[in-house]
Design a protein around this ligand. Structure first.
Ligand code: SAH
Ligand code: SF4
Length: 398
């Protein structure tokens, strides 16, 4: 880990305050144009001294090269005057995160270990299927929340990912899959899920800026219907997410009783199940054709009884939710205090939900052999123990 980014204390276990934890300026002083809306590219060109009329045209051309053609340097931009390209190279860069390692699972799932320019590591995963390919994108390095069954939750939050680092993940996947120039048909990468490391609604502005570039027809051109954002339940941001980003919503519900959800998704102590489901019922854009996905991790003897399944059906009906349920077999990791429910238990749970009129497929775990499955992502930043943090706080107070 680099010491470049000022590290911040963990504000609280249940509801950490999402303060700005941005990246430091690049060491070489250049501005990365990846992740900037077209108007901001124009402003950056103006700020560097380009004339106004030029900046307007060039920003359009540069955007096209970055997002349609996948250009990695200004040298490739053949419709920009040759003499101007070195000037652009001097002031700007077109940078994706660095690929530290790429792994491929037996089942074709791919995982990349990525590094930010200030040396923080995070991961992204690509899951190929017969009829689609889904990229699982990270929004933060680490996570402030502490869901007890999630490996990422054992990391501390290092920092929010910048828009460039979020869009950059999609661009890296396109690089690896050979999918430039962008085209509407015949892609392998068809879907995006914000289900990698971190809580996307605690990095709302950067996630929003990045997804707008991903969804822009002149950007990466992926429809909002093919993008899903997963939240552990940051209730005050849910409506804003629907209004301003408009992607599909997935909610990590995982339990239907307060005591259990308090334990496994501690954010529940701040925003309870009822409040959360009310926010889901009001989610802009949700309807029977565009359902909200409720993720439910199957933990043995914790949340997997028939009674739990019936309560889940009751809640979904009570709040009149256009819902589908995704049952996720728990993916183990070293030191996790849980086991996955037995297959028969999962089947029984799924049947009850299904008979309640709600689709409840059991997800096949993908990429477990390379630790790429849900909840297995984790890089080096350990969360400090409460005792360690208390000691540090005491030392600072002295
Ligand atoms: N922070 C967001 C998105 C990332 S997690 C959220 O919590 O929704 C993506 C999904 O994987 C979430 O539903 C999460 O609860 C689930 N998950 C976490 N750890 C898991 C594990 N060990 N096994 C299976 N699913 C897990
Ligand atoms: Fe964070 Fe999501 Fe893991 Fe919870 S499940 S610790 S919110 S990444």
């Amino acid at each position: 880990m680099s010491a470049d980014t000022p590290l911040m204390p963990i504000p609280g276990k249940i509801d950490p305050v999402p303060t700005k934890r941005g990246a430091p300026a690049r060491a070489d002083g250049k501005v990365n144009l990846v992740g900037l809306p077209k108007a901001q590219v124009r402003e950056a060109l103006l700020a560097a001294g380009m004339a106004e009329k030029q900046a307007k045209l060039r920003s359009k051309q540069i955007w096209h090269w970055i997002y349609n053609r996948g250009a990695m340097s200004f040298e490739e931009m053949t419709d920009i005057a040759k003499a101007q390209r070195p000037w652009l190279e001097d002031h700007f860069t077109i940078e994706r995160p660095e690929v530290v390692e790429a792994q491929v699972s037996e089942d074709g799932t791919r995982k990349w270990l990525l590094r930010t320019h200030d040396s923080h590591d995070f991961e992204m995963v690509f899951i190929p299927d017969a009829d689609r390919g889904t990229l699982c994108v990270s929004s933060q390095v680490g996570c402030t929340l502490n869901c007890s069954f999630c490996h990422t939750g054992t990391m501390r939050l290092v920092r929010n990912l910048e828009p460039s680092e979020i869009v950059g993940q999609v661009m890296l996947a396109r690089d690896a899959l050979g999918e430039w120039p962008s085209r509407p048909e015949g892609r392998m990468l068809t879907n995006i899920v914000m289900m990698g490391m971190g809580e996307p609604l605690y990095n709302f502005d950067n996630v929003s800026q990045a997804l707008h570039i991903v969804m822009d027809g002149e950007g990466l051109g992926l429809s909002k219907r093919r993008i899903t954002l997963s939240t552990s339940g940051v209730v005050p941001m849910i409506e804003k997410c629907g209004d301003e980003i408009g992607v599909n919503l997935a909610v990590s519900l995982h339990a239907v009783r307060k005591d259990v959800r308090d334990e496994i998704v501690p954010l529940n102590r701040k925003y309870g199940i009822e409040e959360l489901l009310e926010a889901c019922a009001a989610y802009p854009g949700a309807n029977n054709a565009r359902r909200i996905t409720f993720e439910y991790v199957m933990l043995k003897d914790k949340n997997d009884s028939d009674e739990d399944a019936r309560e889940l059906v009751r809640l979904i009906r009570h709040y009149k939710l256009p819902a589908k349920v995704n049952l996720i077999p728990f993916n183990p990791w070293p030191g996790a205090g849980y086991e996955c429910s037995d297959p028969e238990r999962i089947k029984s749970f799924s049947n009850i939900v299904f008979e309640g009129g709600i689709s409840a497929p059991v997800r096949t775990p993908r990429g477990r052999d390379i630790d790429a499955a849900c909840g297995q992502l984790k890089t080096a930043a350990e969360k400090k123990s409460r005792a360690e943090r208390d000691r540090e706080a005491a030392a600072q107070a002295d």
